[in-house]
Structures are given as C-alpha cells and as structure tokens.
Design a protein around this ligand. Structure first.
Ligand code: FEO
Length: 404
C-alpha cells in the first residue's frame, strides 16, 4: 500500500519510516526509528528528489508509482547520495530507464564508487548557482560540501520557497504519519533526537554547516518549507530550528547547565558524582544531568555535551589510565570537534590516582577552546567526610564560572 503525504499543491513526501534498524550507521541507537525522506514534484515534468535506504525501496516504489499514475518519471535529482538515501537510485533507473539524473560531479563519482550502475543513463551535472526549470517550478542549487559528505548539495525551489536541505535540518525518529514539525511537540518530543542526530552525524563539520547557513541567510525570508532527508518537514517557526543549528554548529551551548559523566567500578565515583549533583542543586544550579558512561550510549553523552555549558568528568583510574569508556567519550568529543565548554574533574584511584591528570591533559591538548577549572575533587577509593570542603569548593567553582 502506498503511503504518501502532500507537502504543497504539487509536491509530495514519498519516503518511508524504519523501525527495524537498531543502529543508524551501525553505531547510533535509534529507539524511535528513523525516516528516509524523498519528495516527488508533479510539474510539467515529474521530479523525484532523492531516494531512500535499500530497506525502504519497495515503499518508495509504491509511493512514486501511485502518484505518477502512469506518467513517466522525467528527473531524479540527487542532493545527497550516501546509501541511506542513494541506495535505491539504481532501482529507480531500472524502473524508469528514461529518467534523467541531476546531481553534482562528485556525487556521480561516488555513485560509481559504490557500484550504482548510472552510466548509460542521461546524467546532468550541476553546480552551485545553476538553475533548472521543470515547468512552473524553477530551482537553483547550492553546494553543501561536508554537510555531511563532500558531494552534498541543497536545492532551493525559487517558485514556492521549498528548500530540499539534504542532511541539514534532519532528525532521528520515525515520522509515523506526522510529516510536519508543527504536527508534533518538537521541543518536547523531538529536540533531543534532532540534537543527537546533528551533533553525532555532522558535529565534526560545524564550519561547513555555518557556511551553508551563511549562504541561506540571504534567502531566509524566501524559504517557506524546509524538506530534510530525515525527520519532520518545517513550514512554521523555521527560525527556532535554524537557531538550534546555528548554536550546535558554532559549538555554543544551548543552556547553562552541568553534565556530570561518571565512570565507576564499585559505586564510589558514582557516589561522588551524586554528592556533587546534590551540592550544585542545593546551591541553586539544578540544571544538572548525571550519566553513567558505562550504560549511556556515547551518542547521548555527545548530544548532552553540545546542549550544556559545563561538563564534569568523574573517573576512576583503570590500568593506570582513564577508564576506557570515559576515554572513548573524550575521543568522541575530539572527533566531533566539541569546543567552548568548561570542565571540572573528579578523580579516583586506590593506589595510583592518575585519571585526573590524564583527563586534564587530554582536554587541554586534544580539544579546542576548553577551560578546566582549577578546583579538582580527588579521592582515594571513596569519598570521605574530610573531602566535604573540596566538594563544596568544586560546586562553588562551577557556579562561579557560570557568572563570567
Ligand atoms: Fe542521511 Fe549523510 O545521510
């Protein structure tokens, strides 16, 4: 059965939802699923904007076939060829062999690398600033390299203000019928998945997102719809989401608040983390979030690190080093280019307390534009009452640093 939704008078969502995939890119958990969005324009010419993951190909074909209703498919426009969107290209070419494919030179190169059999079909290479007419609709192309792959572009429909934004402005989470962001309580139910998607998938490429936002700023008042390749379509309150993307890609925190990430073997470092959380709340800073790095997926830790201004790392010493899962968190912060945060350190060890120095060294040498507070809470095996004043000082120091 087809499953489509109207976006504008002649533009339809023809994508699919996926609740079967557990790990996006085989690494990020997606308990709420994901959508692969594709769009079909029924103008004088018919145009399919992007395809879907191979697992959703059948649904795409049913959707497109239903709406075409016997008409030919004239154009396949590929903004982003990564296989979660491009894997069905070849099947579209088999079904509609006369279709002309529009994309960037680099995208065609990558399609060949991935073994998509595109040669033998008419390929139209476009670049930034080019325009194309499909009848009433005229579109222009904007290069979006590294948002999220180098070949990516976005397409802007000059006729009705629809921005086909590729991976930009996407989110984890299956749509399950609710196509538009204004049909859900986005700020309550979706923002965490949107942040986790952007920061983990495109977080490393903040400057490239900034570049795209800069290009878009010139036409911001003309953009009426944002149609991403994952997650809801935006047609209201676009500024809300553009502002979030701006903050995330500038590595600016959304909120003053404290992420306490602890690595604990026998519960003693955990107890210190809880004591610090209580102390912070007692002193008036209750935007405090405590996570056990051993049972929280690192994509969630990264997302929270992008949200909050302060990060407390509380780690036991393990094999004379940083606890491996905590170390992995630090490595991911580096890989995803997290910047502009204030850190505090809590360290533990029973005969050689090393984790604090090692975490500080990592933050100072491997991460960019970070501040490590001078106060540090050090404990041997467990936190005793003689450390009460150190705990107090650390909490004071965190709160004081928020005033600057
Ligand atoms: Fe959803 Fe970069 O692909």
């Amino acid at each position: 059965m087809y499953c489509v939704r109207k976006v504008t008078d002649d533009l339809y969502w023809v994508g699919a939802n996926d609740h079967r995939l557990h790990l996006f890119e085989n690494i990020h958990p997606i308990p709420r699923g994901v959508s692969y969005n594709a769009y079909l324009l029924l103008d004088k010419s018919t145009v399919l904007f992007d395809t879907v993951d191979w697992s959703a190909c059948r649904q795409l074909l049913e959707n497109v076939g239903h709406l075409l209703d016997g008409r030919p498919l004239d154009y396949l426009l590929i903004n982003h060829m990564e296989p979660d969107h491009g894997a069905s290209i070849e099947e579209i070419l088999l079904r509609w062999p006369e279709v002309k494919v529009i994309s960037t030179e680099k995208a065609f190169m990558l399609m060949r690398q991935f073994g998509f059999h595109i040669d033998g079909h008419e390929l139209i290479t476009v670049k930034e600033g080019d325009t194309f007419e499909f009848g009433a609709h005229k579109v222009t192309f904007v290069a979006a390299p590294m948002v999220h792959w180098p070949e990516a572009m976005v397409t802007f429909d000059l006729t009705n203000g629809v921005l086909f934004s590729a991976d930009a402005f996407g989110s984890f989470g299956a749509l399950d019928g609710k196509l538009f962001a204004d049909e859900v309580n986005f700020d309550r139910d979706w923002i965490d998945d949107a942040r986790r998607y952007l920061t983990n998938i495109v977080g490393k490429y903040g400057p490239h997102v900034q570049l795209l936002l800069k290009k878009a700023s010139g036409i911001l008042d003309q953009i009426k719809f944002i149609c991403p390749l994952h997650g809801p379509v935006w047609r209201e309150n676009l500024g809300y989401f553009v502002d979030k993307y701006d903050k995330w890609s500038r590595y600016e925190p959304e909120e003053q608040g404290v992420l306490i990430a602890y690595a604990s073997m026998y519960g003693n470092t955990e107890a210190a983390a809880q004591a610090l959380a209580s102390k912070l709340c007692e002193k008036g800073m209750s935007n405090v979030w405590v996570y056990d790095v051993s049972n929280t997926h690192v994509s969630q830790l990264i997302s929270e690190s992008f949200r909050l201004s302060h990060i407390v790392l509380a780690s036991v010493t393990y094999n004379l080093g940083i606890y491996p899962v905590m170390h992995n968190f630090l490595m991911d912060m580096k890989a995803l280019n997290l910047q502009n945060r204030t850190f505090a350190i809590v360290e533990n060890g029973s005969w050689a307390i090393k984790s604090g120095d090692l975490m500080q060294k990592f933050i100072e040498n491997e991460l960019k534009n970070m501040t490590v507070l001078g106060d540090r809470l050090t404990m041997a095996s467990s936190l005793h009452e003689d450390k009460a004043s150190d705990l107090e000082s650390l909490a004071d120091s965190i709160i004081e640093s928020m005033k600057k």
